[in-house]
Design a protein around this ligand. Structure first.
Ligand SMILES: [Zn+2]
Length: 191
């Protein structure tokens, strides 16, 4: 019997609607992951922080009026931008959200883009992606456990030894020093 002639997927299964269903299932899986995370205490802290957040207070007074900004809404004491919960401008809250998604056992230290996407589906604050990038870059667990994905760096090479004095020199300035007798820079010459 010729096993290579056995169909694995029929032409109908390979059509677009089937792929769309699979994509939808992926979305549900991601949703389940985010809902598993412990956000109870965090949500309380966020609601408290709204009281001292400039943007939240400004939007609170504007929403409902004629010049209300698009995409923002207050519902059940929470400020949302395009459905995502707005996190007030407090670094400790931002770090807590990133920590919950990046370090949580169910997510397991995803890389920058994946961590960023997971957070972005539920939360919003200006500079979110850059902060996630910095956080993941400084994560010690990732640094120990993940191998680098760039080409290996070149090896350091020693400069050739000059044949005589002053055949090779380098010069540089140290600038922006505090002024001393009117001077604020030093010229360095290395022979
Ligand atoms: Zn990590």
């Amino acid at each position: 019997m010729d096993c290579n002639r056995q169909l694995v997927l029929t032409p109908e299964q390979l059509e677009e609607p089937c792929l769309a269903v699979q994509a939808g299932m992926m979305g549900e899986l991601d949703q389940a992951v985010s809902e598993d995370l412990d956000h109870g205490a965090l949500t309380m802290d966020i609601s408290q922080a709204y009281k001292s957040d400039h943007l939240a207070q400004e939007l609170h007074s504007k929403l409902g009026s004629a010049d209300a900004p698009l995409g923002w809404e207050w519902s059940e004491g929470q400020l949302r931008f395009q459905g995502c919960l707005y996190i007030p401008n407090q670094e400790i809250l931002h770090l807590q959200v990133i920590h919950n998604f990046h370090n949580h056992p169910s997510t397991g230290h995803f890389r920058e883009a994946r961590t960023s996407d997971l957070i972005h589906w539920n939360f919003h604050w200006p500079g979110l992606r850059q902060m996630v990038k910095d956080y993941v870059a400084s994560c010690t667990t990732c640094a120990r456990a993940k191998s680098p994905r760039h080409k290996p760096y070149g090896k350091l090479k020693q400069l050739p030894i000059p044949s005589r004095p002053w055949s090779s020199i380098s010069m540089d300035f140290i600038e922006q020093l505090p002024a001393s007798k009117g001077f604020s820079a030093i010229l360095i010459v290395v022979n």
